[in-house]
Design a binder for this molecule. Structure first.
Ligand code: H2U
Ligand code: ZN
Length: 364
């Protein structure tokens, strides 16, 4: 039922928002922010992580679970995952005997990429040059794996709350001969948009957000980070090129790679400053599919972008669970995307650890 006499206010009234990348909807219930909070609000205990620890299998010089030894690497280091979810050259299952029992072959390869030799250094605490080395390695990996595989998924799963098993800064790269579900959905939605409007969806979206400003978290000449209009996670963000149509990571210019390194650092400092903790999230890159399909198919409806999906809700220890209604019906959020963007945007650009150090220096 609707109340025709009340003016709609997106910060007050529940509504559903459309996610054009996935073609689904999220329920936004901002009035719930007014309910009293009964739970605790705690600071997270910051664990001391040893900078150099050759017992950590991701460290330079360490021996991994497989018995293989890492070299004494000084920048990034990539190795084949010792416990991969996908292996190359797997046999094809036979034909399905019934449409309800279908399967297909799934070949792939999984790699681990260490970001830095130090185990205690997270991305926001690295220099821009160190982040640029990571961006360059991502491009190298996409270039190589994209020759063979339809989809190369670069993703970083950070923090114990996200189920990350190792604090050493790293990401994973899973490549497959098939297009996984999320990029499959995004491919279809972007293709439809391009056919209808003649523009890549996310380029159009970035340009509208850049002019509107309401959902911007950080920006520079080449990149824009917004809490997307359709965000599901409380502080979810979308990182996109703002000017150019860029299909894949390897299509970035040199200056765009630099600008990307800068904006990642800026975003991640804000994330850490939000609850003064090393902010847990899953992030990953999406760009036009690769492999042999890229030679025959026109993928100009794609636009490169990264998703950041952080799990925290209201403090360093209180996370949002996607359970109950979300599992059985539809995603739901309380804080609006605009409120989350405003909160993140207003945070300092200096990392809280740096601020503490600066403060200590002043006292001395
Ligand atoms: P997490 O991002 O989930 O923490 O994963 C680290 C990956 O590193 C994980 O996929 C791999 C695990 O299989 N790994 C190795 O390949 N060798 C090791 O000796 C330890 C961890
Ligand atoms: Zn995407």
């Amino acid at each position: 039922m609707t109340s025709p006499n009340v003016q709609f206010d997106s910060c007050e009234h529940q509504h559903v928002r459309y996610n054009p990348l996935r073609g689904d909807w999220v329920l936004v219930s901002p009035h719930r922010l007014k309910r009293p909070w009964q739970g605790k609000i705690e600071k997270a205990e910051e664990k001391e992580i040893e900078r150099k620890n050759d017992k950590n299998p991701l460290s330079p010089g360490a021996t991994r679970g497989s018995g293989k030894k890492n070299p004494n690497y000084e920048s990034t280091y990539v190795f084949e995952n010792d416990f991969p979810a996908m292996l190359p050259d797997m046999p094809e299952p036979g034909p399905s005997s019934h449409p309800l029992f279908r399967s297909r072959g799934a070949s792939g390869t999984c790699r681990v990429m260490c970001f830095h030799p130090y185990s205690d250094l997270t991305l926001p605490l690295m220099s821009v040059a160190e982040i640029r080395a990571i961006v360059d390695e991502w491009i190298k990996q996409i270039e190589e794996l994209g020759q063979r595989f339809t989809w190369v998924q670069i993703f970083e799963n950070k923090g114990e709350l996200m189920g990350c098993s190792n604090p050493h800064p790293h990401c994973q790269i899973w490549s497959s001969t098939f297009l996984p579900n999320e990029p499959f959905l995004e491919n279809g939605c972007q293709k439809k948009h391009f056919a209808e409007y003649g523009k890549p969806m996310l380029l159009e979206y970035a340009q509208i957000e850049a002019a509107n400003k309401e959902r911007i978290v950080v920006e520079n000449d080449d990149w824009l980070v917004v809490v997307p209009y359709w965000a599901t996670w409380p502080y979810e963000t979308l990182l996109m090129p703002r000017r150019r149509h860029i299909l894949r990571l390897l299509d970035m210019s040199d200056s765009e790679r630099d600008a990307l390194s800068h904006i990642m650092k800026k975003l991640l400092i804000k994330y850490d400053n939000l609850f003064e903790c090393s902010f847990p999230y899953s992030m990953g890159w999406h760009g036009a599919p690769t492999g042999s399909s890229a030679k025959d198919e026109d993928y100009s409806h794609w636009q490169l972008h990264a998703h950041y999906y952080p799990c925290l809700l209201r403090s360093a220890t209180i996370k949002k669970f996607m359970v109950g209604y979300e599992m059985l019906a539809q995603s739901q959020r309380d804080l609006t995307a605009e409120q989350a963007a405003d909160k993140l945007r207003s945070l300092p650009d200096v990392h809280y650890k740096q601020q503490r150090e600066d403060q200590a220096q002043k006292v001395m």
